[in-house]
Design a protein around this ligand. Structure first.
Ligand SMILES: *[C@@H]1O[C@H](CO)[C@@H](O)[C@H](O)[C@H]1NC(C)=O
Ligand SMILES: *[C@@H]1O[C@H](CO)[C@@H](O)[C@H](O)[C@H]1NC(C)=O
Ligand SMILES: *[C@@H]1O[C@H](CO)[C@@H](O)[C@H](O)[C@H]1NC(C)=O
Ligand SMILES: *[C@@H]1O[C@H](CO)[C@@H](O)[C@H](O)[C@H]1NC(C)=O
Ligand SMILES: *[C@@H]1O[C@H](CO)[C@@H](O)[C@H](O)[C@H]1NC(C)=O
Ligand SMILES: *[C@@H]1O[C@H](CO)[C@@H](O)[C@H](O)[C@H]1NC(C)=O
Ligand SMILES: *[C@@H]1O[C@H](CO)[C@@H](O)[C@H](O)[C@H]1NC(C)=O
Ligand SMILES: *[C@@H]1O[C@H](CO)[C@@H](O)[C@H](O)[C@H]1NC(C)=O
Ligand SMILES: *[C@@H]1O[C@H](CO)[C@@H](O)[C@H](O)[C@H]1NC(C)=O
Ligand SMILES: *[C@@H]1O[C@H](CO)[C@@H](O)[C@H](O)[C@H]1NC(C)=O
Ligand SMILES: *[C@@H]1O[C@H](CO)[C@@H](O)[C@H](O)[C@H]1NC(C)=O
Ligand SMILES: *[C@@H]1O[C@H](CO)[C@@H](O)[C@H](O)[C@H]1NC(C)=O
Length: 695
């Protein structure tokens, strides 16, 4: 049998023979084998597919590549040293434990990818002396401590240690020892502190540098001898650090930049007028700094900038963009500055501009008539910007054919909500006109916005009834009409809202690439969220609604928040509400509800907030499920007994007796409730409190 015949036989599956062949001939270098054994013994977990095959050829183990994969080599060459480990790739394998220094002896290694595991403790120094290593990806682990000072990786091209717990200072010398091919360096989301080292200036081939979300300090004058020399950089991310002082004009040296993000630092002074040099820059993100003065002319006439975010600075004066020059601009966020003067009437001539926030500035006056021709506009926020005349604003904006999201919160104080029957917002998906103290009733023209997904007209002074046609909004999943003076019954049609019966996470966010809302996240400060982070909600609280709670609410199996507190609702609490399986919040407090609390409600296993306080309920408080977690304030102001409120008279009998002790031992609800984030959180929204601020 010739060698080739033999190979054909092996290839078609005589594994046993192949095993013998390979264990004799195709073995990895014994030193490499030893290194890999040490690697596995410092792990707390086993590597899938490695455990049983120690005796045979490590070149065949999953994730290992040796420097010959050519099957023709097999059997022709008896030299055992020929096959060396050149790649070790085990990303996302749930590997836990320490990373062994032995990997430093894999001196032929070119690729090491152990990203997205649970590896911890320090990074072995030996890894940073691998002379052939081209790609090192240790991102998204739990490595801690400093990174070695003397780095010598002459072949390195790609180095990613982001998303770990590393601290200490950045390795300024990383490129001093001939790392001249380094193109990508990512150290983001760690605990690095100290200055941005000048030594990075030796990394002359860097194209992508990400140092964001660390604790770096210092001024940009300090880095000008380093980073600002890297002329090949296309992406520079230094956002979310503690850098301060003026932004050096030398940033203009980075002529190849496509994306520059310096947001959430303490930069002050004026933005340098160097954007004519940055002839490829598309994204400039500088929000949440302390820049003052005006937008520099070279920036307000940049033909390449597509995304400009200067929110949350102290920029002032009137906004003067040259829209004939800004032909690439699609997204403009100038919110939360000190801009004043009129709303720039030339914005519609920025041909591709689709997302605009000018919120939280001071533009007394009306929306310019020219906005009638703003056909590229998709998202507009003018919250809290002193604009007046809601009637004219809506007349003009209805002509913006592509408008899908409109946020006008905190304007037009005390004006009347226009009832004009001819207003027509066909494409609108999100409408927020809250905190305006608008008078009048919910206008008929809203009917035409049949694609509405999110409607918030809370904190106005609207009177009259909730229209029956709200039930026709087939995409509506978030409705907040709280804090008005609405009266009458809750229309029964709302119990048929399709998006609350069967909510599917939409694939298309109404306003891409634009964080819309600030949410107060308990203990973690502000987060900026998009529309899909809202939980399916009906908030009717603080009105004068009367009548009963429809038993048919049971159909709303996708509803997460039902808030009916502070109304005048009466009648019983329907026991069918227990079928609203997604409910996390059910607040019926401060109404005139009577009867008993249906024991079936203990089946609502995701319920974390529940109140029926201040009603006319009586009888026994159900026990079990999530009810074990509610405090007595959820039940006060009624004639209820049980729970830890007031003990029921012993031997209580009669109509309530049959519920006694029924689901005492039912803890499954509590356990399920803990998992709420996993069941509903990942696919779409992350359960967060209300937003406090719209941009
Ligand atoms: C390698 O394989 C060839 C062909 O199967 C065989 O003749 C040779 O003895 C093997 N070498 C070793 C070192 O086992
Ligand atoms: C076998 O090994 C020798 C030296 O060790 C090398 O020159 C030769 O190219 C190898 N042959 C094959 C087919 O790999
Ligand atoms: C694998 O790498 C070693 C060390 O550089 C070398 O001696 C050997 O020839 C290489 N083998 C192949 C098949 O490329
Ligand atoms: C490492 O592996 C992960 C998961 O397969 C992959 O997403 C990542 O791009 C790899 N890293 C590099 C630098 O190729
Ligand atoms: C892992 O490293 C830490 C700190 O370097 C050490 O205390 C621990 O003993 C190591 N564990 C193993 C299993 O090697
Ligand atoms: C790094 O973190 C460790 C604890 O993980 C701490 O002991 C050490 O002081 C920190 N070093 C610096 C420079 O912050
Ligand atoms: C850098 O590389 C050159 C040649 O590629 C070599 O002569 C020099 O010694 C190297 N320098 C260091 C610091 O390794
Ligand atoms: C660049 O590296 C050399 C050593 O090769 C060093 O002397 C020099 O100071 C480095 N440059 C900077 C800006 O750190
Ligand atoms: C505004 O910027 C400051 C300073 O960077 C930051 O502390 C604050 O959280 C930012 N506020 C908002 C609403 O983003
Ligand atoms: C606006 O830009 C255009 C095109 O670049 C230019 O011709 C015009 O002079 C600029 N206008 C102003 C006021 O700077
Ligand atoms: C309006 O939106 C559509 C689809 O999103 C888009 O194709 C069209 O170009 C937009 N119109 C304008 C004037 O930008
Ligand atoms: C609205 O703007 C005013 C003045 O700029 C400011 O004082 C106030 O805090 C803002 N209100 C909200 C809710 O952001």
């Amino acid at each position: 049998m010739g060698v080739q015949d033999f190979l054909v036989v092996t290839v078609i599956g005589f594994c046993f023979q192949a095993q013998i062949l390979s264990s004799q001939n195709l073995t990895c270098n014994p030193n490499d084998m030893k290194a890999l054994e040490d690697f596995t013994s410092s792990l707390k977990t086993v590597v899938d597919g490695w455990g049983s095959s120690f005796s045979s050829d490590c070149c065949k183990w999953e994730g290992i590549t040796c420097n010959s994969s050519s099957s023709l080599g097999i059997g022709l060459n008896n030299s055992i040293d020929t096959f060396r480990v050149v790649k070790l790739e085990l990303p996302s394998k749930r590997l836990a434990g320490n990373l062994s220094a032995s990997l430093g002896t894999l001196d032929q290694l070119r690729t090491l990818n152990l990203s997205h595991n649970l590896l911890m403790h320090s990074l072995p120094t030996s890894l940073f002396h691998l002379s052939n290593l081209e790609l090192l990806d240790l991102s998204s682990n739990d490595f801690s401590g400093p990174i070695p000072v003397d780095i010598e990786l002459p072949s390195i091209q790609f180095l990613d240690i982001s998303q770990n717990l590393l601290n200490g200072s950045l390795p300024g010398s990383i490129c001093d020892k001939n790392s001249t091919q380094l193109r990508v360096l990512n150290m983001a989301t760690n605990y690095f502190s100290g200055n941005l080292p000048q030594g990075f200036g030796n990394c002359t081939s860097l194209e992508d540098l990400d140092l964001s979300t660390n604790y770096l300090t210092g001024t940009s004058d300090g880095i000008s001898k380093g980073i600002f020399r890297l002329r090949k950089l296309t992406r520079l991310n230094i956002q979310d650090n503690m850098l301060s002082g003026a932004l050096s004009e030398e940033i203009g040296n980075l002529i190849n930049l496509v994306r520059l993000d310096i947001s959430t630092n303490g930069f002050s002074g004026t933005i340098p007028d160097v954007f004519h040099s940055l002839g490829r820059l598309q994204n400039f993100i500088a929000h949440s700094n302390r820049f003052g003065g005006q937008i520099p002319p070279s920036l307000s006439s940049s033909s390449t900038i597509s995304l400009l975010n200067l929110r949350n600075n102290s920029l002032e004066g009137s906004i003067a963009l040259n829209c004939s020059a800004m032909i690439s601009l699609t997204s403009l966020n100038l919110g939360s500055n000190l801009f004043d003067g009129p709303i720039p009437s030339n914005l519609p001539s920025c041909r591709h501009l689709s997302d605009v926030s000018l919120a939280h500035n001071n533009f007394p006056g009306e929306i310019p008539k020219s906005f009638e021709n703003f056909h590229s506009l998709s998202y507009l926020s003018l919250s809290n910007s002193s604009i007046s005349n809601v009637s004219s604003a809506l007349q003009i904006l209805q002509r913006c054919r592509n408008l899908t999201t409109l946020v006008l919160t905190l304007n037009f104080p005390g004006e009347q909500f226009p009832a004009d029957p001819i207003l027509h917002f066909e494409k609108l998906k999100v409408l927020i006109i809250a905190y305006c103290r608008l008078t009048g009733s919910i206008p008929q023209w809203l009917r035409t916005s049949s694609r509405l997904q999110l409607l918030d007209i809370s904190w106005n002074q609207l009177e009259g009834a909730i229209p029956i046609w709200f039930g026709n909004f087939s995409n509506l999943f978030y409705l907040d009409i709280s804090n008005n003076s609405l009266n009458g019954e809750i229309p029964r049609s709302l119990t048929g809202l399709p998006s609350l019966i069967n909510w599917r996470c939409p694939t298309e966010e109404p306003s891409p690439d634009f964080p819309l809302f600030a949410l107060r996240v308990s203990g973690r400060g502000l987060q900026y969220k998009r529309v899909w982070s809202f939980r399916p909600t009906l908030d009717f609280s603080n009105n004068n609604l009367s009548g009963a709670i429809w038993p048919d609410f049971r159909k709303l199996r996708s509803l997460h928040v039902l808030d009916l507190r502070y109304n005048r609702l009466s009648g019983p609490i329907p026991s069918s509400l227990s079928e609203m399986v997604s409910l996390e919040t059910l607040d019926l407090s401060h109404n005139e509800l009577s009867g008993v609390i249906p024991p079936s409600l203990v089946k609502l296993s995701f319920l974390s907030k529940f109140s029926v306080a201040d009603n006319e309920l009586y009888g026994v408080i159900p026990t079990g499920g999530q009810f074990l977690t509610f405090s007595s304030s959820s039940f006060e102001g009624n004639s209820l007994c049980g729970h830890d409120a007031s003990p029921c008279p012993s031997g209580e009998d009669g109509p309530l007796g049959k519920w006694y002790g029924k689901s005492d031992k039912d803890y499954t609800g509590v356990i399920a409730g803990v998992c709420v984030g996993f069941v509903f959180g990942i696919a779409c929204f992350i359960g967060i409190d209300r937003y406090i601020w719209t941009f």
